[in-house]
Design a protein around this ligand. Structure first.
Ligand code: C2E
Ligand code: CA
Ligand code: CA
Ligand code: CA
Length: 280
């Protein structure tokens, strides 16, 4: 058994080397992609229950690699983080999302998404002056700060350096702060105590359990109470079925995001998004 363990370790190390090399290749390609129009943002509806009307959208990046086809962010964001490329990439994402948000406000008026949320990674948050970059983008695009939401994870906020100070400075601009993947970290309640927050995004892993009688269902029920008590907006992530949506509403949830309501879609489709007919 010992020998087997060792062999497993060697394989693991080799796999890690391979993955690192793969990430370096990806990062090199990504540098090109950033200048070559291979990156686009899709927008996933965040809806109001029970009707499913559009409340906001989350910007999610996609990379259409010329040789390999579409590559998901779960693959290339870590590579971009490791190489620091996430800093210029993240700046592009923020600017593009704010520009789009402003375009919706101009063309759709009251029907425009009320908030556009942008994911920000640990590496971006660690850059001193990140909050001033956000302020500059808002100025350039003319987007009202209160219509932008920045999504941060516990890992990113507690990453050290000036991360927490940057989040506070962004919040002071009037931009909304959402705590992403809430509940999956080590110190979720600690995060609530130290980090300014307007929105709590309850991670899909908990939502998955609400109808399956899993243990995490009790967490979903408790989190809505915390949100109500603290004046936070709770958004249930990864809602895939009508049953989950019904159970979440029974627990008091009013906002949801997930394939049941809409997949990430191009900006043009957001303009025509309508809730699915009831009973769907
Ligand atoms: P996330 O921020 O937690 O985003 C939600 C992910 O769940 C998205 O995957 C979305 O497509 C997926 N999703 C939404 N609803 C459902 C559902 O009902 N079922 C299932 N199975 N999945 C659902 P995506 O777009 O592949 O993004 C993965 C992760 O990559 C994101 O997780 C986020 O951490 C990161 N990411 C995506 N775009 C950006 C970006 O622009 N900047 C940064 N820094 N990270 C990004
Ligand atoms: Ca997110
Ligand atoms: Ca999430
Ligand atoms: Ca996630």
């Amino acid at each position: 058994a010992k020998g087997k363990g060792k062999g497993r370790q060697v394989t693991y190390a080799a796999e890690m080397d391979q993955r690192t090399a793969e990430q370096s290749r990806l990062a090199a390609d990504l540098r090109v992609a950033l200048d070559a129009d291979q990156l686009t943002l899709l927008y996933q509806p965040i809806v109001h229950m029970p009707g499913g009307e559009l409340y906001g959208v989350e910007a999610l990046i996609r990379w259409n690699h010329p040789a390999r086809g579409p590559i998901g962010p779960d693959v290339f964001i870590p590579a971009a983080e490791r190489t620091g490329l996430i800093v210029p990439l993240g700046a592009w994402i923020l600017e593009e999302a704010c520009r789009q948000a402003m375009a919706w406000r101009t063309s759709l008026g009251d029907a425009a998404p009320r908030t556009v949320t942008v994911n920000v990674s640990a590496r971006q948050l660690r850059e001193a002056g990140f909050a001033s970059d956000v302020a500059a983008v808002l100025q350039r695009t003319g987007l009202p700060p209160s219509t932008l939401t920045i999504e941060v994870t516990e890992t990113a906020v507690f990453d050290g350096g000036s991360a927490l100070a940057e989040v506070r400075a962004i919040s002071a601009l009037g931009v909304k702060i959402a705590l992403d993947d809430f509940g999956t970290g080590h110190s979720s309640l600690g995060l609530l105590r130290t980090c300014p927050a307007d929105v709590l995004k309850v991670d899909k892993s908990f939502v998955d359990d609400v109808t399956s009688g899993g243990q995490q269902a009790v967490v979903v029920a408790a989190l809505i109470g915390i949100c109500e008590g603290m004046g936070l907006r709770a958004v249930a992530e990864g809602v895939e079925t009508a049953e989950q949506a019904a159970e979440l509403q029974r627990l008091g949830y009013r906002y949801a995001q997930g394939f049941h309501y809409g997949h990430p879609m191009p900006a043009s489709a957001v303009a025509t998004y309508r809730p699915a007919p009831a009973g769907n």
